[in-house]
Design a protein around this ligand. Sequence first.
Ligand code: CA
Length: 229
Amino acid sequence: MSDNGTRILVVEDEPTIARAVADRLAAEGFGVEVAGDGPSAVERARAFEPHLLVLDVMLPGFDGLEVCRRVQAERPVPVLMLTARDDETDLIVGLGVGADDYVTKPFSMRELVARIRAVLRRVERPRADAAAGGPVRLGDLEVDRRARKVLRDGREVHLTPTEFDLLTCLMRNQGTVLTRAVLLEQVWDWADASGTRVVDSHVKALRRKLGQGLIRTVHGVGYSLEAAP
Ligand code: CA
């Protein structure tokens, strides 16, 4: 069950949690390093070039949100955030930080590993998607799945892997309202609908980056992508 060469950086300032997570991930076959504060996390991310970040929110130095911003600014890397409480998750979701998933403490190692594998699967999927053909257009929006590039009105929009997957999922189902549960299953590979806030968070981030007028909220149902009138 070795994940040859897959590197994970664990950023957590509570030594017992950091140790437990690192040990479990190493046992699962991942290459693991640990950082205990904001500045060293950014430094380790640069040197270690992880495939995924497990990132605590409250950290000495500067917090996980700032780590996320600084690391993403240099190199896009999937981020799984560890949050202390549900209301902290709500807060972060509201900010639309570019995290790919959230796990609330206390979590089981089994759950954490499952969520990590789901994120990694999503990042791998583009290679399969690449055969899907050339750019697709919707009004002034252009999406090139092969290059994973998005243009709106001729201007490039930088999306995280999850935001990109969400956009292409909405695009494939253009004009159809997709429920949060369906989006969770299709984009996040989750079979249960316990993480609908993650969907809202990413829709919010997508809207902020793409501009208004593309993603419609259907109250109490879900979201759909529609061309600007
Ligand atoms: Ca902490």
